[in-house]
Design a protein around this ligand. Sequence first.
Ligand SMILES: [Zn+2]
Length: 312
Amino acid sequence: MKRAKHVRRGNSGKVVSILTILLLFALFSATCFPLSHALQKVDSPSLSTLAGQVAIEGALSAKPKIVVESAPVVKTTPQKQALPNDPYPLLYTEKISPKEDDSNEKIAYLTFDDGPSDLTIPLLDVLDRYQVKATFFLVGKTGEEDRKAMREIVKRGHAIAVHSYSHDYREIYASVDAYLADFAKMHDLILKETGVDTPLYRFAGGSINSYNRDTAKAIIEEMNRRGYTYFDWNVDSGDATRGTTAQQIYQHAVNDSKQFRRPVILFHNTGTKKMTLEQIPAIIEALQKEGYRFDVLKADTPPVRFRIPETA
Ligand SMILES: [Zn+2]
């Protein structure tokens, strides 16, 4: 009250000045409003473009926040799907629909996660011996030998794909932004090292795991919007389970595969998976005997994915 009286009594000139400034400010805001409104719209990308394979409900609240920092350049030509303010405007690929799965042909897909490692080249040598092609879901290893192994995977005709750069579940599944940042880094490494702009990926721990209960749907939705195709597996060799014996790896891979016309078999290719490497010849021979041929996963391969729980 005291201050108001003071203003009215002695400073009417000042009041006029303040009012003028306020008026100018209001005019300025009105002029700028359409711009700020447009920017707000840009910050809320529509995530309604979903792939037909995955039913996603209730995930639209988890809109990705746009962070414009540390965006790796992964391609030379921007894709038309990119939204303004997209932190990864080049991280798009053409969405490919899966092929009709109408043949009775038995095809096995050997998939190796968590490489490259010291055991990558020895594994490639084994696969060469059988002229079998496999799919490698890679992590962020940047040593000279690891880079060479990545190039060899491609040179010898195998499929190369993103697994995760850090493979740190807590970090990558914290949010859509966190997942994208990790994915972009790995995608970029593969592209720079091998020249392959891979459309394929596999989630660390699988698409549904105990670390991404709150974020899986939103992450999948965003990755679908960007056109990328992920694969889980329907046969687990068990080679990542503590205490698994060589015999068990063989039995899981062979016996469980027989239940599927198109088994997608999970193996690992870290430096400690020597037992896996040693079982691969016998596994290949057993599956060939069962009438399977081997192929690499492609963007149009009929998907093998975990079901997203209704309540996730
Ligand atoms: Zn993994």
